[in-house]
Design a protein around this ligand. Structure first.
Ligand SMILES: *Cc1c(COP(=O)(O)O)cnc(C)c1O
Length: 365
């Protein structure tokens, strides 16, 4: 048995999402690029690259990883590039998308033989969290003024709009795309490609995939463009668990269980958005608050229902632990970093990475 804590990626569950992504390409013509900021565990890229068209990135290191580990197209994007990294970014990408006209002009000369795009902010989004809302007031994410954008049309051949956020509502997606068309349609007519970014939950249960494909195809046909999607969460949703072991139980007015993991160190995104972890199974009659082993008082994964009273040594499984989770793991409190294991399509489980004291030590100096 593999020593906990570890992330367990299930390739069969991953495949479930990937088949929907491939279906969208087949039906709509839209290409899908994996957003590495959400998920960068390259040990499963061998499977993912057969169903997706490449990767997109938010930094030099991500673009390099995409180029090295994932076949197909490699898009470069970053909120801002530094002078000392732009050459390497260009070397490792097929397209570069600048976040602002300022960046486009700064790197105009060095990137002149490259396929270039500009991020456009349509000033509308589906985010319920201000911290994650690209259309928040005074947002730095993209240019929003059509008149200003019109002045640089000779320098770009595409646009990127990223304004959906965990949006599982097709009608809302459709409505926002219509709004984008009404505000920027005359500019979209002048480009060859448009990326609609990520945040569209089209691999979710019950999502109207065919209507989605029709809408994407109509958009592409109408403007004669290649459409791209940049799924992060949608590509890996429900594919991965975080496997942990109970180290202690306490009763302090509530039944508590302490596990060999930490929400701050191993599922940080949940803490940022003040959400609970998901546990399965979670329908017994014994309630426990499951807590991490860091010294943060609020290191709490959530309250869950178990079939039997928990005991030291019991194994628990947090669900949906891939997106924005593995990429954010950290060494807070020196808690042992979860290993990475993969359940292959034949059911066998392979341990692909372990972290030890040297990784902890070498993370600082
Ligand atoms: C975050 C991000 C994505 C991926 O978003 P998901 O919600 O994980 O699908 C794609 N494109 C851009 C530009 C992003 O910032």
């Amino acid at each position: 048995m593999i020593q906990t804590p570890y992330y367990l990626i299930d390739k069969a569950s991953l495949l479930n999402n990937l088949e929907k992504i491939a279906y969208v390409r087949q039906q709509s013509g839209a290409k899908s690029l994996l957003a590495l900021k959400c998920f960068a565990t390259w040990s499963v890229f061998d499977l993912m690259q057969d169903y997706m068209d490449g990767t997109t990135s938010s930094s030099l290191y991500e673009v390099k990883l995409g180029k090295q580990k994932f076949q197909g197209e490699t898009h470069a994007y970053s909120v801002a590039y530094a002078d000392n990294e732009i050459a390497e970014v260009l070397e490792h990408s097929d397209k570069i998308i600048f976040n602002s006209i300022g960046q486009l002009e700064r790197f105009n000369e060095v990137s002149s033989d490259k396929t270039r795009g500009l991020r456009v902010n349509p000033q509308v989004s589906t985010s319920e969290f201000l911290i994650a809302d690209p259309a928040r007031p005074f947002s730095r994410l993209g240019e929003w003024d059509p008149e200003k954008i019109a002045t640089v049309m000779d320098q770009v051949s595409g646009f990127m709009f990223h304004n959906n956020c965990e949006n599982g509502d097709f009608d809302r997606f459709d409505e926002m795309l219509t709004l984008i068309e009404s505000r920027f349609g005359h500019l979209i007519k002048q480009v060859e490609w448009v990326s609609l970014g990520g945040g569209i939950h089209f691999t979710g249960e019950g999502y109207p995939l065919d209507r989605f494909c029709q809408r994407l195809k109509a958009f592409a046909d109408n403007y004669q463009i290649q459409v791209y999607l940049e799924p992060g969460e949608a590509a890996i949703t429900n594919s991965t668990t975080l496997e942990v072991t109970v180290l202690d139980t306490l009763y302090n007015g509530k039944d508590l269980a302490v596990v060999d993991s930490s929400i701050e160190a191993h599922m940080l995104d949940l803490l940022i958005y003040r959400e609970n972890a998901k546990m399965a199974p979670n329908d017994g009659s014994h309630a426990y608050m499951v807590c991490g082993k860091s010294c943060l008082a609020g290191d709490i994964f959530g309250e869950f229902m178990f079939e039997k009273p928990l005991q030291v040594g019991d194994r628990l499984s947090f669900q949906d632990a891939a997106g924005y989770t593995m990429v954010k793991k950290n060494w807070f409190n020196g808690v042992k970093m979860p290993s990475i294991a993969i359940r292959q399509l034949d059911g066998s489980i392979e341990l692909v990475r372990e972290f030890d004291y040297n990784d902890f030590m070498n993370n600082l100096s």
